[in-house]
Design a protein around this ligand. Sequence first.
Ligand code: GRF
Length: 231
Amino acid sequence: MKGGLPIVVLVSGRGTNLEALLAAHARGDLPVDFRAVISNRPGVTALDRADAHGVAAQVIDHKAYGDRAAFDAALAETIDRHGPALIVLAGFMRILTDGFIERYRDRMLNIHPSLLPDFRGLHTHRRALEAGVERHGATVHFVTPELDGGPAVLQASVPVRAGDTEETLAARVLEREHRIFPLAVRWFAQGRLTFDGRTARLDGAKLAAPIIDPHDIEDEPLPEESRDRVD
Ligand code: GRF
């Protein structure tokens, strides 16, 4: 696990995004050094996944702290001991204080299950179905004090199909999350993706809008006329 950009991953539950990051690393596609996986909940699957890959798994149970500031202080102290150059929020379900976010303002990435700026916050799949959108998806973004409001880096979208339930839609989106999160973390680890607390850049160019995962374009049906040409 040595030799890449030192990272700490924060989790709260299932950990399939963590698994995608660990798998990308195992394939040699992610030049990072997993210093630790930290969960705010004991006993979650994400901790077992870290263990299975030989990564230190730690619990800082938020219930043991009187308030958010006390929990965040304990979390920051533990994170700093690992000296990460990037903090990855992979299904971390706690709202962080502004002070915590400021401390890591240029080096914290999150994955959110919607096409931001649509559907910030919780229950994104249910809300997308209720809103009747045609496409839904996921966004990797830098974390700022505004909830799910930091600069979007990379997005993948999927079609919403007739008969979709929250579960079927969530599963379709999750598959894309597992592709785009390791990709964005890789860009950061390679020094291609940067953030100064205001502006996100990829290869030095300001990211005015997120990069769209090229797979989105491939899974669109071809327009009639180009289909004729292809045939
Ligand atoms: C994912 O849908 C992610 O977008 C959101 O929380 C969920 C975490 O899933 N932030 P997992 O723990 O990575 O399986």
